[in-house]
Design a protein around this ligand. Structure first.
Ligand SMILES: [Zn+2]
Ligand SMILES: [Zn+2]
Length: 261
């Protein structure tokens, strides 16, 4: 029988300027919560975008991720790269070498640099600064995934359904583009808000990446479960109750969405 892996996508350790916990503590926290892989997505710049996470620092980050990976626990190193205007953040999953920072002036160049480094590319929080609308066709084409639910931006219970369906529609225009939920963990975001679930025999982080690349995963939140194409697999009674409560509190978007069903 294949093992079921539970993972977390989009976490910042203290390798990021705004991450609070060292990797070691995050790993402990994950193990305590029954999570057995995590994708750490470190910012490569500091707050003022002055100081770059130096090549040496990126290398020690990659090494540290490897040192916490074991037979049944994997830590995948990733970077979150902003465009110069900071409007668009692109995540490169599976980074193995330092980034060439001279090549990051446009989304296209960031994506090309990440592809050259054999990373999976995921657009983080696509609605923040209307990032998804700014990207050009050729850039969207180079993405492997879009975060259709960012817990930090949209809350930990359910994504905004109107946003959800509009982003999913864009993602589904591309055959090999998949839908992600990102915790965007810095310290206080609940780890178990959205778990990435994979059923497979996995022996290394490279194998894990291969499976993710093919879209063989789904996300499981408290009130919603969706597959890598964003199709909602399970919206249990609790979800309907939650949606109804939101409606009672005057969230018109949910109301109109429910009416359209
Ligand atoms: Zn970001
Ligand atoms: Zn982030």
């Amino acid at each position: 029988m294949m093992k079921v892996w539970k993972g977390i996508f989009h976490i910042h350790s203290n390798f990021s300027y705004d991450g609070k916990l060292p990797i070691e503590q995050i790993v402990k926290l994950c193990k305590k919560n029954g999570i057995n892989f995590l994708i750490l997505t470190e910012h490569i710049y500091d707050r003022d975008k002055k100081e770059f996470m130096s090549d040496g620092k990126i290398e020690s980050f990659i090494k540290e991720c490897a040192s916490f990976s074991e037979e049944d626990f994997h830590v995948v190193p990733a970077v979150e790269i902003p465009t110069p205007d900071n409007k668009i953040h692109i995540i490169g999953v599976g980074i193995k070498k330092p980034i060439n920072t001279d090549k990051l002036s446009t989304p296209l160049k960031i994506l090309s640099e990440l592809k050259e480094k054999n990373c999976l590319t995921v657009l983080a929080h696509p609605l923040k600064n209307k990032a998804i609308a700014i990207l050009k066709e050729e850039e969207l084409n180079m993405l492997n995934g879009i975060e259709i639910w960012n817990i930090k931006e949209e809350g930990r219970f359910i994504p905004d359904m109107q946003n959800y369906s509009s982003i999913t529609k864009v993602a589904n225009r591309y055959k090999d583009m998949f839908c992600y939920a990102g915790i965007d963990f810095h310290l206080s975001e609940p780890l178990s808000a959205a778990e990435m679930i994979i059923s497979a025999d996995i022996r290394s982080s490279d194998e894990l990446l291969e499976i993710i690349k093919k879209g063989n995963f789904y996300f499981n939140g408290k009130f919603i479960t969706f597959n890598s194409k964003g199709e909602i697999q399970k919206a249990p009674v609790s979800y309907i109750v939650y949606a109804f409560c939101k409606l009672l509190y005057g969230t018109k978007r949910i109301l109109s969405k429910l009416r359209n069903r």
